[in-house]
Design a binder for this molecule. Structure first.
Ligand code: Z57
Length: 827
């Protein structure tokens, strides 16, 4: 019988009960969805249609396991973890879900029968870019690990209609294009069109006294928007456990009012509806330099208010008293972005549940935990008091009351430090007043953690030192991690296979098992196999670069890769200064190059960040000059890959030799790209910053190239008065490079084009100490090049990097959070 007829397919569905769908029906399920869910002819479905149908077939399997997981959590009456984040960067789901469900082979077979390859079909997926960079990606690695560990957890965020912009490079400059990711249709999610919560903004607070003589606060007026739940599923690795990431989308409440469209002003009514739905329209593309816009504050409260309603609804089902709330719930704040959850819980408890303030506060401070991800002063979130009062008048009052009581306690604890109160106050007082969100988060949480050992120490010793003195027991470290399922198994299947052949599969859920590779580090045979896999990965990336940029690169060259958001503290500028240095050496002496190198850059700049965009432009200009200079030939190539995102990272990580992690010491809280590269066998060149320091401790200093000032040296130098010009004057190679840039060598049509970059270094203080670290960086780069000449030595270092990355699994991080902060166990 022809199995593609609708009758045959429908018959097959009926005979397979949903709870026991055998994997060999995957092909039938795909064809079933092509016809019944997508409304297409299933005789010759196209690639995009097959992708969508496969996604739907997998969603069927995910939802079954999710329901079962939810029942298990409910039955055990577990304490629940709520992970609140304004950003998630899950990356493409297809391969990840296939691996977790153990359906990769079945999918390949089914697709082959349909005339496709998994690579082709996976290429149809458009990743949800609902985050900017490290912070959002970390949240997604953590969900993967929470699912692997069977934690009773939920991710909560916003379903932006437009994610992080799509970056194009046009004439060497960044151009932003809207990321209309929903256009492709929502094959992975369930839109709960009947599951909504009202969220209220603006209005004014009315104070009144009730019959029992209690002072009450009621919000009057204002406007209401509905939050619609959209669920996406995160499967645990082969454990039948599935978590959900619930993303809220804004829907106008007005369309639920019968009279709304009947007012005579039909078009005006539609306009109002669209304005309401704007709240979840677009992700703010600013990483570590928040834009203090009203819409952004509304987004934060939108997430918080809808999520708190969900949490309270689930808690109420238990039928226990409010004082049990912290035993049953922990709410984790990913950065301060969702910190208004603290006054929101206070409002619910005090204004609506009529609990006394002290009791409510006792519940609050036992419920919240906060992760800080940055010490950059410009990244610490503050909101103008006026704006806060306008959007969230009752919450501002509550923050003032929290502050009054907090300062009262501080005054009693430290009576002899009058300046202290102003420094720790939740309100910054000056010409204008600001609400300090980090102070709110610290005062309202039982746990405050940094994201690497180094960063957590900086928090305690400098930026939050005074809070550390007030609440020493709250501060702790949880070093970041990455999921080995995506960042090795999925993105580097050939290396994963080589590893598994030698040490089995346990490493997938216990990354410390990679230690078992260490004995192979000296084996010539294994080294050869290792380097062959790496070379094939590098060939594939070379093909991609050729297709995208039209540049031919040597797969045997040293791939020196710097991919991450563009920010001055990450010092892509230092890297390109070194590239120009090598160029000059080759120009002077064609035999000067030690080893052929390919420099690969990628990353987005915030659209309003002038200097970051300018540095992107400089890199592209330098690349053009070098790549077209016949004297250089194969010795040096510079590539800028546009639109760095999770999908592109998955191509790059397995093909990298040298990983650039060169932030100014003290400024990168952790970094997670550093871990992804090393897990795939790249060697790091980096500063004493963030998690680099812990990576050094694990891999050993022969296997990692560290350079540059230490963070206390950066501070000392700054205090003593740092003069970047002395480096310019005393280092002739550096001087030549800077003179070329400011003299228009890379911008012959417009010699002044890059002058302000050099100005920022020489005449505006070089805030990120690029010049101070230049020479030590150049030396270390030379060490790296020499090391690369010794290929067996490089192979050994590469393998030892992989073998010693076990600690940096996000399973380890999540295990620590679960045990030390949340007090939860696997279901
Ligand atoms: C962001 O991506 C990070 C910190 C922030 O405060 C914001 Br806003 C965005 C990054 C840090 O820069 C990285 O060092 C860190 O690895 C990452 O967050 C995850 O913790």
């Amino acid at each position: 019988m022809d199995s593609t007829t609708p009758e045959a397919l429908a018959g097959m569905r009926e005979t397979a009960s949903p709870a026991t769908l055998p994997a060999d029906t995957l092909k039938a399920d795909i064809l079933w969805h092509v016809l019944y869910s997508l409304g297409r002819d299933n005789e010759r479905p196209d690639r995009q249609t097959v992708f969508r149908a496969l996604a739907l077939a997998l969603r069927d399997r995910l939802v079954e396991k999710w329901i079962a997981s939810q029942r298990a959590i409910y039955a055990k009456s577990s304490k629940r973890v709520y992970y609140l984040s304004l950003e998630f960067l899950p990356g493409p789901f297809l391969r990840q879900n296939l691996i977790a469900l153990g359906l990769e082979k079945e999918a390949r077979d089914a697709l082959t029968e349909l005339g496709f390859t998994l690579d082709d079909v996976a290429g149809e997926e458009w990743e949800p870019g609902l985050g900017n960079g490290g912070l959002g990606r970390l949240a997604s690695c953590y969900l993967d690990s929470m699912a692997a560990l069977r934690l009773p957890a939920y991710g909560y965020g916003i379903r932006y209609a437009f994610g992080i912009f799509h970056q194009l490079i046009r004439d060497g400059q960044q151009v932003e294009r809207a990321d209309n990711w929903l256009r492709g249709g929502q094959h992975w999610e369930f839109e709960r069109t009947h599951y909504m919560h009202p969220v209220r903004f603006y209005g004014s607070v009315r104070e009144w006294v009730d019959e029992q003589g209690r002072l009450r606060h009621t919000l009057e007026g204002g406007s209401t928007v509905m939050a619609m739940a959209c669920d996406m599923f995160i499967p645990g690795y082969r454990n039948d456990y599935v978590l959900n990431m619930r993303l809220w989308a804004a829907k106008s409440s007005r369309e639920f009012e019968f009279s709304f469209f009947n007012t005579g002003d039909y078009i005006g009514a539609v306009e109002k509806k669209i304005r309401d739905e704007n709240i979840s329209m677009v992700l703010y593309p600013n990483d570590e330099a928040p834009e203090g816009k009203e819409l952004r504050l509304k987004q934060q409260f939108f997430l918080v208010s809808a999520t708190m309603q969900d949490i309270v609804r689930r808690f109420r089902k238990k039928g226990v008293a409010w004082d049990q709330f912290p035993r049953k719930n922990v709410i984790h704040l990913n950065e301060t972005h969702p910190a208004v959850a603290i006054p929101e819980l206070m409002r619910l408890l005090v204004d609506e549940e009529l609990l006394p303030w002290e009791e409510a506060w006792y519940i609050c401070v036992r419920t919240f935990a906060y992760t800080n991800h940055t010490v950059l002063p410009e990244a610490l979130e503050v909101w103008p008091e006026e704006l806060f009062r306008k959007v969230l008048p009752r919450h501002l009052q509550i923050i003032y009351e929290i502050n009054r009581r907090f300062l009262h306690d501080v005054r009693r604890q430290f009576p002899h430090d009058p300046g202290l109160l102003a420094r720790v106050s939740l309100i910054h007082e000056g010409e204008q007043r600001f609400v300090r969100m980090s102070h709110l988060a610290i005062v309202g949480s039982f746990s405050v953690n940094g994201v690497s050992a180094h960063h957590s120490n900086i928090i305690k010793e400098s930026i939050f030192n005074e809070f550390y003195k007030i609440f020493p027991e709250r501060f702790n470290n949880k070093t970041n991690g990455i999921t080995p399922r995506r960042w090795l198994r999925q993105c580097n299947p050939t290396l994963a296979w080589l590893i598994t052949e030698h040490i089995g599969t346990e490493w997938l859920t216990d990354l410390e098992q990679l230690k078992k590779l260490e004995p192979y580090a000296e084996s010539a045979g294994f080294q050869k196999a290792w380097m062959e896999v790496r070379l094939r990965n590098k060939q594939k990336l070379a093909e991609y670069i050729h297709a995208k940029n039209g540049i031919t690169i040597l797969p045997e060259s040293l791939y020196d890769v710097h991919v991450k958001r563009f920010h001055e503290y990450k010092r892509q500028l230092l890297n390109i200064l070194h590239v120009i240095t090598l160029y000059n050496r080759i120009r002077r002496d064609p035999d000067a190059g030690i080893v052929p190198r390919t420099f690969i850059f990628g990353g987005k700049a915030a659209p309003g960040y002038y200097m970051a965009k300018h540095i992107i432009q400089l890199i592209n200009a330098v690349g053009y000059t070098i790549n077209t200079d016949p004297r250089v030939g194969d010795m040096l190539k510079v590539v800028f890959l546009q639109n760095y995102c999770v999908t592109l990272a998955e191509r790059i990580m397995p093909a990298t030799d040298l990983s650039e992690q060169i932030s100014t010491a003290g400024m990168e809280a952790s970094g997670t790209g550093n871990m992804k590269f090393a897990l795939n066998g790249a060697i790091t060149i980096g500063t004493h910053d963030g998690a680099n320091i812990e990576m050094l401790e694990h891999v050993g200093d022969e296997n990692l190239f560290l350079f540059g000032l230490l963070s206390h040296e950066v501070e000392d130098l700054r205090r003593q008065g740092y003069n970047p010009r002395t480096f310019y004057e005393t280092d002739s190679e550096l001087r030549e490079v800077l003179d070329m840039i400011s003299g228009g060598y890379f911008s012959p049509g417009d010699p002044h084009m890059f002058r302000d970059i050099v100005e920022s270094l020489l005449n505006h203080g070089d805030r990120y100490m690029v010049l101070a670290d230049f020479r030590s960086y150049a030396y270390r780069q030379q060490d790296a090049a020499r090391a690369y000449l010794d290929q067996p030595g490089w192979a050994r270092r590469s393998m030892l990097n992989t073998a010693r990355m076990g600690f940096f699994s996000s399973d380890r991080s999540m295990g620590e959070y679960a045990r030390d902060i949340w007090g939860v166990e696997g279901v």
